[in-house]
Design a protein around this ligand. Structure first.
Ligand code: HEC
Length: 141
């Protein structure tokens, strides 16, 4: 579990999921963010984090929006998903491995990781990432 990532990391994207009444906040470590800005490959030690938050609803269960029309993330987080690249690891997903934490930072006891590998492998040509690759390529437009 990367320490103090909310302070150290770059929150590069928030995704509103209306159907699931959920907000996802995506973070990347500053070193990998800098490398991506400089058009370099994601370096060894890259960490990407996805936080799930319940979205704020009114008494009738309807989603509440902020002044910009975005959903409002409630605290605490409900789940924390992590992927990390380490040259020492050779997995089916290049050098990436996955972790899933509960809000208190404890690894989710019954977590299964086959799905992380198989689903993220579908983005092999994007270095196994969904949103970060897109974020970087969108910035170049
Ligand atoms: C069925 C496909 C699927 C599975 C299974 C899956 N992911 Fe993802 N993952 C996604 C998608 C799609 C996104 C973008 C999420 C969004 O836009 O809300 C994502 C985003 C992420 C991100 C943010 C960086 C990025 O690539 O955009 C992390 C970190 C992550 N997933 C970790 C995990 C972990 C850990 C597991 C297993 C416990 C897992 N994922 C299982 C599809 C999947």
């Amino acid at each position: 579990m990367p320490e103090k990532y909310q302070e150290r990391f770059v929150n590069y994207l928030d995704v509103d999921h209306l159907d699931r009444k959920r907000v996802r906040k995506m973070y990347v470590n500053p070193e990998a963010h800098a490398a991506a800005q400089a058009d370099q490959e994601l370096p060894d030690g890259t960490v990407l984090i996805m936080e799930d938050h319940d979205a704020k609803t009114d008494a009738g269960g309807n989603l509440v929006r902020d002044a910009d029309g975005r959903l409002i993330a409630l605290e605490p987080v409900s789940n924390i998903f992590v992927m990390e690249k380490n040259a020492a690891w050779t997995t089916d997903n290049g050098h990436w491995d996955y972790a899933w934490y509960l809000p208190n930072g404890i690894p989710k006891p019954d977590a299964k990781f086959e799905g992380c590998f198989s689903c993220h492998t579908s983005r092999a040509e994007r270095d196994f990432t969904f949103t970060f690759w897109k974020f970087v390529s969108d910035q170049k437009k």
